[in-house]
Design a protein around this ligand. Structure first.
Ligand SMILES: *Cc1c(COP(=O)(O)O)cnc(C)c1O
Length: 380
């Protein structure tokens, strides 16, 4: 339901978008650019004049072959991804990778390092432990998940196979300032589900990256994998084909009937990013949005409180609380009336979370900042 048309309560902040759409702060599935949705709407009815929509054409046909190639090309172009890496579009979300990664690479008797920096890494650790030995080399819970490890704090395990980390912790709103350094001989695996393409991509030292679609790239139910080609070998144990990266790569992401709509949507989204000016521009916007909201929180003199310590503050997910929890219900109501939707925090954290991925207009952050300031002034 759109709240944007209910123009009352706070006249200064009521600014519905002309489209009738709300400023949607959902953590995922998240808002998409109107232009992208309109393109997809067209493609649903008729994919490039063929008389059939994107949902209706064969994943083996010539047209889809071309669409998939375009999606991969656009994705590679945005991230400047070299041919040293394969790009795979896999069914199921990032959560599937929590099991698939160790199943393929963590041999019996070997171990892998997993710093726990939030809800998603806790789940990755739990699933990893179903497969093999996981060294929990950082316990973010000891720090209230308010920051990630500082340089020199992380003790990696000699002989470990890989180090898995989550570069942006969607739920707690923290990020790594620099990637961790795995143990000598170990490689780095990154869950980039919520910060992929929010800034220029640095794959240096990273052998395996994965990101689910629904935050910055397109629909849920699929995951993009960027994997160094030298990792595309038969897995360390016998596995069914759908759980093997090497088999997915060999079949060019069409081992079965894949999520064709999502594969196309990622391409349309990446073309949009390129038209906007690429990742330098995406980073500039993310910084502008987060600066706007964080300034309003900071200048409220403790009325609002950000969860993350400033050094670890995510640019795309801002978790904050009201010093007086009683204010939160009223805030959600007023925010909704101002056309600001989906600001509730995750069930693990409570409070408010503003998720502002690439498709969030800077104007959305400006309106949120204004509502935060106005609310604090009236209720403080
Ligand atoms: C959303 C998210 C996931 C889970 O993605 P699913 O598609 O729901 O499996 C994993 N990791 C991070 C960092 C996320 O933000």
């Amino acid at each position: 339901m759109s709240h944007a048309t209910q123009a009352n309560i706070n006249a200064s902040a009521v600014r519905p978008m002309a489209s009738g759409r709300v400023f949607n702060f959902s953590a995922g599935p998240a808002t998409m650019p109107l232009e992208v949705i309109e393109q997809l709407q067209t493609d649903l009815l008729d994919m490039r004049g063929g008389g059939a929509g994107i949902l209706e054409i064969s994943h083996r046909g010539e047209l889809f072959e071309k669409i998939l190639q375009e999606s991969e090309d656009a994705f590679r172009k945005v991230g400047n991804i070299s041919q040293d890496y394969a790009v795979l579009f896999l069914p199921a979300g990032a959560t599937q990778q929590f099991g698939m990664l160790p199943l393929n690479f963590l041999a019996d008797g070997a171990s892998a390092d997993y710093p726990d920096t939030g809800v998603w890494t806790s789940k990755a650790i739990a699933d990893g432990k179903e497969v093999g030995k996981i060294n929990e080399i950082w316990k973010g819970a000891d720090f209230g998940y308010r920051r990630t490890p500082r340089a020199g704090e992380l003790k990696t395990t000699p002989g470990s196979t890989y180090l898995h980390y989550c570069s942006n912790n969607t739920v707690w709103g923290t990020r790594w300032v620099a990637p961790p350094q795995p143990a000598a001989g170990a490689w780095l695996a990154r869950d980039a589900s919520s910060d992929i393409y929010a800034e220029p991509l640095d794959l240096k030292g990273c052998s395996f990256l994965y990101a689910s679609g629904q935050k910055n790239l397109g629909p849920s139910g699929m995951t993009i994998i960027v994997i160094r080609r030298d990792l595309l070998k038969p897995p360390v144990r016998k596995l069914p084909s759908m759980l093997r990266y090497d088999e997915h790569a060999k079949a060019e992401s069409r081992l079965n009937t894949p999520p064709t709509f999502g594969m196309h949507a990622v391409g349309v989204m990446c073309q949009w990013i390129l038209r906007q000016g690429g990742l330098v521009e995406m980073q500039r916007r993310a910084k502008t949005r987060s600066d706007l909201v964080l300034a309003a929180i900071r200048e409220s003199n403790g009325f609002w409180k950000a969860n993350a310590e400033p050094e670890s503050q995510s640019f795309v997910n801002i978790l904050f609380h009201a010093a007086n929890p009683k204010h939160e219900a009223l805030f959600f109501k007023e925010a909704a009336n101002a056309g600001l939707a989906a600001l509730a925090g995750h069930k693990a954290t409570g409070g408010m979370r503003a998720s502002m991925y690439n498709a969030m207009p800077v104007e959305g952050a400006r309106v949120l900042a204004e509502v935060l300031r106005d609310f604090a002034r009236r209720n403080g």
